[in-house]
Design a binder for this molecule. Structure first.
Ligand code: AMP
Length: 227
């Protein structure tokens, strides 16, 4: 198990790189919440809140929701009690402005990030993965029509819920999400590398093996002299 340092980790990488899957596994392993801005926005949309309705137009086009909306959501979420012992950020920050806002929030709470873990996956693999991706409407578990078929077609193995394809997982929107990622989010690799926080892991291959590599890097950080 890790040392006494709080696990405050950013999970990065292109859409479909496995951040969500690895985030869920890491959440169970380290007992800190996985905070997915995409999940929060989809929940806001389901509940038809003003934020959800505003976000929809951007999400449908594969574009980023404006920084001030996302920063507002995360400012509130990170102040919650369950984040006191750490968290795994999945899908945030996605722009340099968001990373700077996160740094400010960390500073204000007297805390520090432990690491930014990037899952490297080539663009064509992203398109293949996302266009076959399916998700459970009830518990959010992910499946894939080729790589991770459910036992019963269209039904979740975990809870029996209905599987659906996200609106933004069609090939056209996936390609625009990728280009948005390359333009607006990839610069964060340098941002975190220059702060000595970046850890890179190949996001292809066996899921459990990727998980082990991430845990080993996080545990090294947790046990090292750095904070
Ligand atoms: P995800 O589930 O992380 O792939 O996010 C789905 C969509 O939600 C993205 O394509 C964006 O439109 C929006 N989104 C999620 N997180 C952010 C963020 N940090 N900044 C801006 N938009 C976001």
């Amino acid at each position: 198990m890790p040392g006494s340092k709080a696990i405050r980790v950013v999970l990065m990488g292109p859409p479909g790189c496995g951040k969500g899957t690895q985030g869920k596994m890491l959440e169970a392993h380290y007992s800190v919440p996985q905070l997915s801005t995409g999940d929060m926005l989809r929940a806001a949309l389901r509940n038809e809140t003003p934020v959800g309705l505003k976000a929809k137009q951007y999400m449908d086009r594969g574009e980023l929701v404006p920084d001030e909306v996302i920063i507002g959501i995360m400012r509130e979420r990170l102040a919650s009690q369950d984040c006191k012992k750490g968290y795994l950020l999945d899908g945030f920050p996605r722009t340099v402005a968001q990373a700077e806002a996160l740094d400010k929030l960390l500073e204000q709470s007297g805390t520090k990030l432990m690491a930014a873990v990037n899952l490297d996956v080539p663009d064509e693999e992203v398109v293949k993965r996302l266009s076959g991706r399916r998700q459970c409407r009830v518990c959010g578990t992910g499946f894939h029509v080729v790589f991770k078929k459910p036992v019963r077609e269209g039904r979740c193995d975990a809870c029996g819920g209905e599987l659906y394809q996200r609106d933004d997982d069609n090939e056209t929107t996936v390609r625009s999400r990728l280009s948005v990622y390359n333009k607006q989010t990839a610069p964060l690799l340098d941002y975190y590398a220059s702060r000595g926080l970046l850890l890179r892991v190949p996001g292809t291959g066996d899921i459990d093996n990727i998980f082990k590599q991430i845990c080993s890097l996080i545990d090294d950080k947790a046990n090292s002299g750095r904070s």
